[in-house]
Design a protein around this ligand. Structure first.
Ligand code: HEM
Length: 487
Protein backbone atom coordinates (compact mmCIF):
# COMPACT_ATOMS: atom_id res chain seq x y z
CA UNK A 1 0.00 0.00 0.00
CA UNK A 2 1.45 3.37 -1.02
CA UNK A 3 2.11 6.28 1.30
CA UNK A 4 -0.74 8.34 -0.22
CA UNK A 5 -3.24 5.50 0.19
CA UNK A 6 -2.27 4.96 3.83
CA UNK A 7 -2.52 8.70 4.51
CA UNK A 8 -5.91 8.89 2.80
CA UNK A 9 -7.17 5.87 4.80
CA UNK A 10 -5.89 7.34 8.07
CA UNK A 11 -7.47 10.72 7.32
CA UNK A 12 -10.81 9.12 6.33
CA UNK A 13 -10.83 6.99 9.51
CA UNK A 14 -9.96 10.00 11.65
CA UNK A 15 -12.68 12.05 9.92
CA UNK A 16 -15.27 9.28 10.50
CA UNK A 17 -14.24 9.02 14.15
CA UNK A 18 -14.64 12.78 14.60
CA UNK A 19 -18.12 12.67 12.95
CA UNK A 20 -19.12 9.72 15.16
CA UNK A 21 -17.84 11.55 18.24
CA UNK A 22 -19.78 14.73 17.31
CA UNK A 23 -22.89 12.66 16.63
CA UNK A 24 -22.50 10.88 19.97
CA UNK A 25 -22.01 14.14 21.90
CA UNK A 26 -25.05 15.62 20.17
CA UNK A 27 -27.12 12.58 20.83
CA UNK A 28 -25.97 12.10 24.43
CA UNK A 29 -24.79 15.56 25.42
CA UNK A 30 -25.66 14.94 29.04
CA UNK A 31 -23.50 11.86 29.42
CA UNK A 32 -20.62 13.90 30.81
CA UNK A 33 -19.53 11.09 33.12
CA UNK A 34 -19.39 8.79 30.07
CA UNK A 35 -21.43 6.14 31.83
CA UNK A 36 -22.27 2.95 29.96
CA UNK A 37 -25.80 2.33 28.70
CA UNK A 38 -27.82 -0.35 30.55
CA UNK A 39 -27.23 -3.94 29.40
CA UNK A 40 -28.87 -5.21 26.23
CA UNK A 41 -28.17 -6.96 22.94
CA UNK A 42 -25.46 -5.50 20.68
CA UNK A 43 -27.11 -3.07 18.21
CA UNK A 44 -26.59 -3.57 14.47
CA UNK A 45 -25.37 -0.76 12.20
CA UNK A 46 -28.07 1.90 11.59
CA UNK A 47 -31.13 -0.27 12.44
CA UNK A 48 -29.85 -0.97 15.96
CA UNK A 49 -31.80 -3.71 17.80
CA UNK A 50 -34.65 -3.94 15.31
CA UNK A 51 -34.30 -7.72 15.06
CA UNK A 52 -34.08 -8.13 18.87
CA UNK A 53 -37.44 -6.46 19.62
CA UNK A 54 -39.80 -9.24 20.69
CA UNK A 55 -42.65 -9.76 18.18
CA UNK A 56 -45.09 -12.47 17.16
CA UNK A 57 -47.10 -12.75 20.39
CA UNK A 58 -46.52 -12.66 24.16
CA UNK A 59 -43.91 -9.88 23.72
CA UNK A 60 -43.86 -9.37 27.51
CA UNK A 61 -42.39 -12.88 27.90
CA UNK A 62 -39.82 -12.01 25.21
CA UNK A 63 -38.65 -8.91 27.13
CA UNK A 64 -38.55 -10.90 30.40
CA UNK A 65 -36.44 -13.61 28.69
CA UNK A 66 -34.01 -10.97 27.33
CA UNK A 67 -33.73 -9.38 30.80
CA UNK A 68 -32.99 -12.83 32.23
CA UNK A 69 -30.31 -13.41 29.55
CA UNK A 70 -28.58 -10.11 30.40
CA UNK A 71 -29.02 -10.71 34.16
CA UNK A 72 -30.58 -7.33 34.82
CA UNK A 73 -34.09 -6.09 35.47
CA UNK A 74 -33.67 -3.16 33.07
CA UNK A 75 -32.75 -3.68 29.46
CA UNK A 76 -31.63 -1.16 26.84
CA UNK A 77 -32.40 -1.40 23.12
CA UNK A 78 -32.10 1.08 20.30
CA UNK A 79 -34.17 1.07 17.11
CA UNK A 80 -32.85 3.56 14.54
CA UNK A 81 -32.66 6.72 16.67
CA UNK A 82 -35.13 5.63 19.36
CA UNK A 83 -33.82 4.52 22.76
CA UNK A 84 -36.00 1.92 24.50
CA UNK A 85 -35.77 0.84 28.13
CA UNK A 86 -37.64 -2.28 29.23
CA UNK A 87 -38.26 -2.41 33.00
CA UNK A 88 -38.87 -5.95 34.28
CA UNK A 89 -39.10 -5.67 38.07
CA UNK A 90 -41.37 -3.76 40.43
CA UNK A 91 -38.39 -2.38 42.40
CA UNK A 92 -36.91 -0.73 39.29
CA UNK A 93 -40.35 0.58 38.20
CA UNK A 94 -40.96 1.96 41.68
CA UNK A 95 -37.63 3.79 41.70
CA UNK A 96 -37.86 5.16 38.17
CA UNK A 97 -41.55 5.64 37.38
CA UNK A 98 -42.90 6.36 40.87
CA UNK A 99 -40.08 8.10 42.75
CA UNK A 100 -38.63 9.94 39.75
CA UNK A 101 -42.05 10.66 38.22
CA UNK A 102 -41.15 14.27 37.35
CA UNK A 103 -38.74 13.04 34.64
CA UNK A 104 -40.23 9.62 33.77
CA UNK A 105 -43.91 10.47 33.07
CA UNK A 106 -44.04 11.81 29.51
CA UNK A 107 -45.44 9.78 26.60
CA UNK A 108 -43.33 9.03 23.50
CA UNK A 109 -44.14 11.16 20.46
CA UNK A 110 -46.21 8.95 18.19
CA UNK A 111 -46.90 11.24 15.20
CA UNK A 112 -48.74 8.53 13.24
CA UNK A 113 -51.33 7.85 15.89
CA UNK A 114 -51.53 11.24 17.47
CA UNK A 115 -51.57 13.58 14.51
CA UNK A 116 -52.33 11.55 11.39
CA UNK A 117 -54.97 9.28 12.98
CA UNK A 118 -56.53 12.11 14.96
CA UNK A 119 -55.77 10.84 18.45
CA UNK A 120 -53.91 13.96 19.56
CA UNK A 121 -56.78 14.76 21.97
CA UNK A 122 -56.32 11.48 23.83
CA UNK A 123 -55.17 11.81 27.46
CA UNK A 124 -53.56 8.37 27.34
CA UNK A 125 -51.15 9.58 24.63
CA UNK A 126 -50.94 13.19 25.71
CA UNK A 127 -47.50 14.66 26.27
CA UNK A 128 -46.59 15.91 29.72
CA UNK A 129 -46.74 19.56 28.69
CA UNK A 130 -49.81 20.06 26.49
CA UNK A 131 -52.39 20.97 29.12
CA UNK A 132 -51.91 17.48 30.51
CA UNK A 133 -52.33 18.52 34.14
CA UNK A 134 -55.73 20.17 33.60
CA UNK A 135 -57.06 17.22 31.63
CA UNK A 136 -55.72 14.68 34.07
CA UNK A 137 -57.20 16.59 37.03
CA UNK A 138 -60.67 16.64 35.47
CA UNK A 139 -60.61 12.91 34.74
CA UNK A 140 -59.21 12.12 38.20
CA UNK A 141 -61.87 14.21 39.94
CA UNK A 142 -64.59 12.23 38.19
CA UNK A 143 -63.11 8.89 39.21
CA UNK A 144 -62.22 9.43 42.87
CA UNK A 145 -63.36 6.55 45.13
CA UNK A 146 -66.09 8.71 46.75
CA UNK A 147 -67.52 9.78 43.37
CA UNK A 148 -67.37 6.20 42.07
CA UNK A 149 -69.27 4.92 45.15
CA UNK A 150 -71.89 7.67 45.12
CA UNK A 151 -72.51 8.28 41.44
CA UNK A 152 -71.46 5.20 39.50
CA UNK A 153 -72.28 2.19 41.69
CA UNK A 154 -76.04 2.42 40.92
CA UNK A 155 -75.21 2.45 37.18
CA UNK A 156 -72.92 -0.58 37.62
CA UNK A 157 -75.63 -2.48 39.55
CA UNK A 158 -78.24 -1.79 36.92
CA UNK A 159 -75.96 -2.84 34.03
CA UNK A 160 -74.83 -5.99 35.90
CA UNK A 161 -78.51 -6.91 36.22
CA UNK A 162 -78.82 -6.65 32.43
CA UNK A 163 -75.64 -8.79 32.15
CA UNK A 164 -77.16 -11.50 34.36
CA UNK A 165 -80.39 -11.50 32.37
CA UNK A 166 -78.41 -11.78 29.13
CA UNK A 167 -76.29 -14.62 30.57
CA UNK A 168 -79.45 -16.48 31.61
CA UNK A 169 -80.86 -16.07 28.09
CA UNK A 170 -77.75 -16.71 25.95
CA UNK A 171 -74.82 -17.88 28.14
CA UNK A 172 -72.84 -18.87 25.03
CA UNK A 173 -72.39 -15.18 24.14
CA UNK A 174 -70.42 -14.41 27.31
CA UNK A 175 -67.78 -12.26 25.65
CA UNK A 176 -70.36 -10.08 23.80
CA UNK A 177 -72.38 -9.62 26.99
CA UNK A 178 -69.29 -8.53 28.94
CA UNK A 179 -68.23 -6.04 26.28
CA UNK A 180 -71.76 -4.66 26.13
CA UNK A 181 -71.89 -4.29 29.90
CA UNK A 182 -68.57 -2.45 30.11
CA UNK A 183 -69.51 -0.13 27.21
CA UNK A 184 -72.99 0.52 28.66
CA UNK A 185 -71.57 1.49 32.08
CA UNK A 186 -69.08 3.89 30.52
CA UNK A 187 -71.65 5.43 28.13
CA UNK A 188 -74.08 6.03 31.00
CA UNK A 189 -71.43 7.49 33.29
CA UNK A 190 -69.82 9.63 30.59
CA UNK A 191 -72.83 10.84 28.58
CA UNK A 192 -75.94 9.73 30.44
CA UNK A 193 -76.69 7.65 27.32
CA UNK A 194 -78.51 4.37 27.99
CA UNK A 195 -77.41 1.47 25.74
CA UNK A 196 -80.53 -0.59 25.06
CA UNK A 197 -79.42 -2.78 22.16
CA UNK A 198 -76.26 -4.42 20.86
CA UNK A 199 -76.56 -2.23 17.74
CA UNK A 200 -76.21 1.01 19.70
CA UNK A 201 -74.62 3.44 17.19
CA UNK A 202 -72.21 5.04 19.67
CA UNK A 203 -70.94 1.68 20.93
CA UNK A 204 -70.53 0.41 17.34
CA UNK A 205 -68.56 3.54 16.47
CA UNK A 206 -66.31 3.21 19.54
CA UNK A 207 -65.72 -0.48 18.71
CA UNK A 208 -64.77 0.39 15.10
CA UNK A 209 -62.34 3.09 16.29
CA UNK A 210 -60.85 0.72 18.86
CA UNK A 211 -60.36 -2.01 16.19
CA UNK A 212 -58.61 0.37 13.79
CA UNK A 213 -56.46 1.96 16.51
CA UNK A 214 -55.29 -1.47 17.67
CA UNK A 215 -54.13 -2.21 14.12
CA UNK A 216 -52.13 1.02 14.12
CA UNK A 217 -50.45 0.84 17.50
CA UNK A 218 -46.69 0.51 17.29
CA UNK A 219 -46.79 -0.53 13.64
CA UNK A 220 -46.10 2.83 12.09
CA UNK A 221 -42.72 3.62 10.59
CA UNK A 222 -43.72 7.27 10.91
CA UNK A 223 -43.32 6.94 14.65
CA UNK A 224 -39.62 6.20 14.14
CA UNK A 225 -39.07 8.59 11.23
CA UNK A 226 -41.53 11.44 11.91
CA UNK A 227 -40.55 13.28 8.72
CA UNK A 228 -42.56 10.70 6.71
CA UNK A 229 -45.79 12.27 7.90
CA UNK A 230 -45.17 15.17 5.48
CA UNK A 231 -45.24 12.87 2.41
CA UNK A 232 -48.28 13.46 0.17
CA UNK A 233 -50.94 10.77 0.51
CA UNK A 234 -50.62 9.65 -3.16
CA UNK A 235 -47.12 8.21 -2.48
CA UNK A 236 -47.82 7.24 1.13
CA UNK A 237 -50.83 4.85 1.32
CA UNK A 238 -50.62 4.86 5.13
CA UNK A 239 -51.72 8.49 5.04
CA UNK A 240 -54.98 7.56 3.25
CA UNK A 241 -55.72 4.96 5.94
CA UNK A 242 -54.82 7.54 8.56
CA UNK A 243 -57.28 10.03 7.06
CA UNK A 244 -60.05 7.41 7.22
CA UNK A 245 -59.21 6.73 10.88
CA UNK A 246 -59.09 10.42 11.60
CA UNK A 247 -62.67 10.71 10.29
CA UNK A 248 -63.80 7.89 12.58
CA UNK A 249 -62.00 9.36 15.56
CA UNK A 250 -63.56 12.78 14.96
CA UNK A 251 -67.01 11.20 14.69
CA UNK A 252 -66.45 9.32 17.94
CA UNK A 253 -65.60 12.57 19.67
CA UNK A 254 -68.40 14.58 18.19
CA UNK A 255 -71.51 12.37 17.96
CA UNK A 256 -72.23 11.61 21.65
CA UNK A 257 -71.02 15.05 22.70
CA UNK A 258 -73.58 16.75 20.43
CA UNK A 259 -76.26 14.39 21.78
CA UNK A 260 -75.56 15.51 25.38
CA UNK A 261 -75.68 19.16 24.33
CA UNK A 262 -79.09 18.59 22.70
CA UNK A 263 -80.39 16.80 25.81
CA UNK A 264 -79.20 19.63 28.03
CA UNK A 265 -80.88 22.18 25.79
CA UNK A 266 -84.17 20.25 25.92
CA UNK A 267 -83.90 19.81 29.72
CA UNK A 268 -84.01 15.99 29.35
CA UNK A 269 -80.35 15.30 30.16
CA UNK A 270 -79.56 12.43 32.54
CA UNK A 271 -76.75 13.22 35.04
CA UNK A 272 -73.38 12.49 33.40
CA UNK A 273 -69.74 13.52 33.42
CA UNK A 274 -69.87 15.41 30.09
CA UNK A 275 -73.17 17.00 31.13
CA UNK A 276 -71.70 18.33 34.37
CA UNK A 277 -68.60 19.59 32.53
CA UNK A 278 -70.80 21.42 30.05
CA UNK A 279 -72.78 22.99 32.86
CA UNK A 280 -69.65 24.06 34.73
CA UNK A 281 -68.43 27.12 32.87
CA UNK A 282 -65.02 27.14 34.55
CA UNK A 283 -63.98 23.91 32.81
CA UNK A 284 -62.88 23.12 29.26
CA UNK A 285 -65.85 21.85 27.29
CA UNK A 286 -64.50 20.18 24.19
CA UNK A 287 -65.55 16.76 25.48
CA UNK A 288 -62.26 15.27 24.42
CA UNK A 289 -60.95 13.48 27.48
CA UNK A 290 -64.26 12.04 28.48
CA UNK A 291 -64.47 10.44 25.04
CA UNK A 292 -61.39 8.34 25.41
CA UNK A 293 -62.55 6.88 28.66
CA UNK A 294 -65.10 4.69 27.04
CA UNK A 295 -62.32 2.80 25.27
CA UNK A 296 -61.19 1.82 28.71
CA UNK A 297 -64.40 -0.21 29.10
CA UNK A 298 -62.70 -2.78 26.88
CA UNK A 299 -59.98 -3.22 29.50
CA UNK A 300 -62.55 -3.87 32.23
CA UNK A 301 -64.41 -6.38 30.03
CA UNK A 302 -61.11 -8.21 29.39
CA UNK A 303 -60.37 -8.43 33.13
CA UNK A 304 -63.82 -9.95 33.62
CA UNK A 305 -63.29 -12.42 30.77
CA UNK A 306 -60.05 -13.54 32.48
CA UNK A 307 -62.04 -13.98 35.69
CA UNK A 308 -64.56 -16.28 33.94
CA UNK A 309 -61.66 -18.27 32.48
CA UNK A 310 -60.01 -18.65 35.87
CA UNK A 311 -63.29 -19.92 37.35
CA UNK A 312 -63.48 -22.57 34.63
CA UNK A 313 -59.83 -23.59 34.99
CA UNK A 314 -59.86 -23.58 38.78
CA UNK A 315 -63.19 -25.15 39.94
CA UNK A 316 -61.97 -25.37 43.56
CA UNK A 317 -61.61 -21.59 43.68
CA UNK A 318 -65.13 -21.23 42.29
CA UNK A 319 -66.49 -23.68 44.88
CA UNK A 320 -64.89 -21.75 47.75
CA UNK A 321 -66.24 -18.45 46.41
CA UNK A 322 -69.74 -19.98 46.37
CA UNK A 323 -69.27 -21.28 49.92
CA UNK A 324 -68.30 -17.79 51.06
CA UNK A 325 -71.30 -16.23 49.28
CA UNK A 326 -73.69 -18.84 50.77
CA UNK A 327 -72.26 -18.38 54.29
CA UNK A 328 -72.16 -14.57 54.35
CA UNK A 329 -74.99 -13.51 52.02
CA UNK A 330 -77.24 -16.58 51.86
CA UNK A 331 -79.51 -17.47 48.98
CA UNK A 332 -82.23 -14.90 49.39
CA UNK A 333 -80.45 -12.04 47.64
CA UNK A 334 -77.47 -11.24 45.42
CA UNK A 335 -74.32 -9.52 46.83
CA UNK A 336 -74.16 -5.72 47.08
CA UNK A 337 -71.25 -3.28 47.36
CA UNK A 338 -71.82 -2.99 51.12
CA UNK A 339 -70.91 -6.71 51.43
CA UNK A 340 -67.33 -6.22 50.19
CA UNK A 341 -65.65 -6.32 53.61
CA UNK A 342 -67.52 -9.53 54.49
CA UNK A 343 -66.30 -11.33 51.36
CA UNK A 344 -62.48 -11.52 51.68
CA UNK A 345 -62.15 -14.55 49.41
CA UNK A 346 -63.98 -12.76 46.58
CA UNK A 347 -61.68 -9.76 47.16
CA UNK A 348 -58.66 -12.05 46.88
CA UNK A 349 -60.05 -13.50 43.62
CA UNK A 350 -60.28 -9.95 42.22
CA UNK A 351 -56.62 -9.29 43.10
CA UNK A 352 -55.56 -12.63 41.62
CA UNK A 353 -57.54 -11.93 38.41
CA UNK A 354 -55.57 -8.70 37.93
CA UNK A 355 -52.26 -10.49 38.66
CA UNK A 356 -52.70 -13.83 36.87
CA UNK A 357 -53.26 -12.45 33.35
CA UNK A 358 -52.37 -8.82 33.06
CA UNK A 359 -54.80 -7.03 30.74
CA UNK A 360 -52.19 -4.40 29.85
CA UNK A 361 -49.04 -6.57 30.00
CA UNK A 362 -46.64 -3.89 28.74
CA UNK A 363 -48.60 -0.96 30.15
CA UNK A 364 -48.66 2.22 28.08
CA UNK A 365 -45.15 3.47 27.19
CA UNK A 366 -43.69 6.32 29.27
CA UNK A 367 -40.91 8.59 28.05
CA UNK A 368 -38.12 10.45 29.86
CA UNK A 369 -37.99 14.23 29.55
CA UNK A 370 -34.32 14.51 30.65
CA UNK A 371 -31.27 12.26 30.73
CA UNK A 372 -30.89 10.28 33.98
CA UNK A 373 -28.68 7.67 35.66
CA UNK A 374 -29.76 4.34 37.08
CA UNK A 375 -27.52 1.81 38.82
CA UNK A 376 -24.41 3.32 37.24
CA UNK A 377 -25.90 3.39 33.72
CA UNK A 378 -26.83 6.35 31.54
CA UNK A 379 -30.44 6.75 30.35
CA UNK A 380 -30.72 9.24 27.45
CA UNK A 381 -33.41 11.92 27.33
CA UNK A 382 -36.55 10.90 25.35
CA UNK A 383 -36.05 7.21 26.06
CA UNK A 384 -39.25 5.20 25.48
CA UNK A 385 -39.93 3.22 28.65
CA UNK A 386 -41.83 -0.08 28.56
CA UNK A 387 -42.96 -1.25 32.00
CA UNK A 388 -43.26 -5.03 31.78
CA UNK A 389 -46.28 -5.25 34.09
CA UNK A 390 -46.81 -8.94 33.34
CA UNK A 391 -43.20 -9.75 34.38
CA UNK A 392 -43.62 -7.69 37.57
CA UNK A 393 -46.78 -9.61 38.48
CA UNK A 394 -44.99 -12.95 37.88
CA UNK A 395 -41.71 -12.28 39.71
CA UNK A 396 -40.79 -15.65 41.29
CA UNK A 397 -39.15 -13.95 44.29
CA UNK A 398 -42.39 -12.06 45.01
CA UNK A 399 -45.23 -14.37 43.95
CA UNK A 400 -44.91 -18.05 44.82
CA UNK A 401 -45.70 -20.30 41.84
CA UNK A 402 -46.70 -17.21 39.81
CA UNK A 403 -48.48 -18.99 36.93
CA UNK A 404 -51.01 -20.60 39.28
CA UNK A 405 -54.33 -18.86 40.02
CA UNK A 406 -54.21 -18.89 43.82
CA UNK A 407 -56.25 -16.25 45.72
CA UNK A 408 -54.93 -17.64 49.05
CA UNK A 409 -51.60 -15.88 48.39
CA UNK A 410 -53.30 -12.67 49.56
CA UNK A 411 -54.98 -14.19 52.63
CA UNK A 412 -52.06 -15.89 54.38
CA UNK A 413 -50.22 -14.55 57.49
CA UNK A 414 -47.62 -12.99 55.18
CA UNK A 415 -49.73 -11.91 52.23
CA UNK A 416 -48.03 -11.36 48.88
CA UNK A 417 -48.09 -7.75 47.56
CA UNK A 418 -51.33 -6.33 46.13
CA UNK A 419 -51.04 -6.52 42.30
CA UNK A 420 -52.67 -3.08 42.08
CA UNK A 421 -49.20 -1.65 42.78
CA UNK A 422 -48.24 -2.55 39.17
CA UNK A 423 -51.45 -3.57 37.33
CA UNK A 424 -52.69 0.02 36.97
CA UNK A 425 -49.38 1.58 35.96
CA UNK A 426 -47.16 4.07 37.73
CA UNK A 427 -46.49 7.50 39.10
CA UNK A 428 -48.08 10.51 37.50
CA UNK A 429 -49.66 8.39 34.73
CA UNK A 430 -51.23 5.79 37.03
CA UNK A 431 -54.67 4.68 35.72
CA UNK A 432 -57.23 7.27 36.89
CA UNK A 433 -60.02 4.70 36.34
CA UNK A 434 -58.61 2.18 38.84
CA UNK A 435 -61.26 2.59 41.56
CA UNK A 436 -64.00 2.52 38.95
CA UNK A 437 -62.54 -0.63 37.32
CA UNK A 438 -62.10 -2.30 40.71
CA UNK A 439 -65.75 -1.75 41.66
CA UNK A 440 -67.23 -2.75 38.31
CA UNK A 441 -65.20 -5.98 38.11
CA UNK A 442 -66.03 -6.87 41.74
CA UNK A 443 -69.78 -6.42 41.44
CA UNK A 444 -69.96 -8.44 38.22
CA UNK A 445 -67.80 -11.23 39.72
CA UNK A 446 -69.97 -11.64 42.78
CA UNK A 447 -73.16 -12.24 40.83
CA UNK A 448 -72.65 -15.19 38.49
CA UNK A 449 -71.77 -18.66 38.41
CA UNK A 450 -68.05 -23.66 33.07
CA UNK A 451 -65.63 -26.31 29.74
CA UNK A 452 -62.98 -24.46 27.89
CA UNK A 453 -60.89 -24.93 24.80
CA UNK A 454 -57.28 -23.87 24.24
CA UNK A 455 -57.06 -20.16 25.03
CA UNK A 456 -54.42 -17.75 23.68
CA UNK A 457 -53.90 -14.16 24.85
CA UNK A 458 -53.45 -11.58 22.11
CA UNK A 459 -50.54 -9.15 21.71
CA UNK A 460 -51.11 -5.40 21.72
CA UNK A 461 -51.68 -2.81 24.38
CA UNK A 462 -54.65 -4.78 25.78
CA UNK A 463 -54.12 -8.55 25.92
CA UNK A 464 -57.48 -10.21 25.19
CA UNK A 465 -58.08 -13.98 25.52
CA UNK A 466 -59.27 -15.81 22.38
CA UNK A 467 -62.88 -17.04 22.25
CA UNK A 468 -63.62 -19.93 24.59
CA UNK A 469 -66.69 -22.09 25.25
CA UNK A 470 -68.24 -21.44 28.60
CA UNK A 471 -71.19 -23.12 30.32
CA UNK A 472 -72.63 -20.61 32.79
CA UNK A 473 -75.17 -21.74 35.39
CA UNK A 474 -76.97 -19.85 38.18
CA UNK A 475 -75.27 -20.42 41.58
CA UNK A 476 -78.37 -22.12 43.02
CA UNK A 477 -81.93 -23.07 42.00
CA UNK A 478 -84.14 -20.02 42.06
CA UNK A 479 -81.27 -17.52 41.69
CA UNK A 480 -82.84 -16.44 38.36
CA UNK A 481 -85.79 -14.96 40.24
CA UNK A 482 -83.42 -12.68 42.23
CA UNK A 483 -82.03 -10.99 39.11
CA UNK A 484 -83.27 -7.43 39.03
CA UNK A 485 -84.40 -7.46 42.67
CA UNK A 486 -82.43 -5.35 45.13
CA UNK A 487 -83.03 -7.85 47.98
C1 HEM B 1 -59.10 -3.63 34.90
C2 HEM B 1 -59.18 -2.47 34.32
C3 HEM B 1 -58.05 -1.51 33.99
C4 HEM B 1 -56.69 -1.71 33.99
C5 HEM B 1 -55.91 -3.00 34.35
C6 HEM B 1 -56.07 -0.45 33.59
C7 HEM B 1 -54.70 -0.27 33.47
C8 HEM B 1 -54.11 0.91 33.02
C9 HEM B 1 -52.68 1.09 32.82
C10 HEM B 1 -51.60 0.01 33.05
C11 HEM B 1 -52.48 2.36 32.39
C12 HEM B 1 -51.12 3.00 32.02
C13 HEM B 1 -50.56 3.71 33.24
C14 HEM B 1 -49.15 4.23 33.01
O1 HEM B 1 -48.88 4.83 31.96
O2 HEM B 1 -48.27 3.98 33.87
C15 HEM B 1 -53.78 3.00 32.32
C16 HEM B 1 -53.97 4.32 31.93
C17 HEM B 1 -55.21 4.91 31.86
N1 HEM B 1 -56.42 4.34 32.21
FE1 HEM B 1 -56.74 2.46 32.87
N2 HEM B 1 -57.05 0.47 33.34
C18 HEM B 1 -58.29 -0.12 33.58
C19 HEM B 1 -59.54 0.47 33.46
C20 HEM B 1 -59.73 1.80 33.19
C21 HEM B 1 -61.02 2.45 33.21
C22 HEM B 1 -62.34 1.74 33.51
C23 HEM B 1 -60.80 3.75 32.90
C24 HEM B 1 -61.77 4.88 32.79
C25 HEM B 1 -62.88 4.93 33.39
C26 HEM B 1 -59.36 3.93 32.67
C27 HEM B 1 -58.77 5.13 32.29
C28 HEM B 1 -57.41 5.28 32.01
C29 HEM B 1 -56.81 6.51 31.49
C30 HEM B 1 -57.53 7.79 31.12
C31 HEM B 1 -55.43 6.28 31.39
C32 HEM B 1 -54.34 7.25 30.89
C33 HEM B 1 -53.76 8.03 32.05
C34 HEM B 1 -52.63 8.95 31.63
O3 HEM B 1 -51.98 8.74 30.60
O4 HEM B 1 -52.38 9.91 32.38
N3 HEM B 1 -58.75 2.72 32.86
N4 HEM B 1 -54.75 2.10 32.71
Amino acid sequence: MGFETTTALTCTTAFCLVICWIWFRQRFPENLKELPLPPGPEPAFIVGNLKDIPTGGREWDGYAALACKFRDDVLYLRVLRTSILSINSFDAANELLNRRGAVWSDRPRLPMIRTCDGWDWNLVLQSYHEGFFTHRRIVQQHFQPGVVAREYRPVMLSEVTVLLQNLLDTPQHLSDHLKRMAAAIIMMVTYGHRVVSDDDPFVQLAEEVRRHSEEALGAALVDTLPILKYLPSWIAPFKRTALFKRGLSDQMREAPFIAVKKQLASGKAVRSMVGSLLEDESRPTDGSDEELIKNCGGVTATALTNFFLAMILYPDVQRRAHQELDAKIGRKRLPRFEDRDDLPYLGAILKETLRWKSVTPLGIPHCTTKADEYNGSFIPARTTVLANISAMLHEKEVYHDPDEFNPDRFLSQNPEPDPARAAFGFGRRICPGRFFADDSVWIAMGQKEGKYNNVQWSSGSVSVPSAFFCDIQPRFDGAESLVGHGD
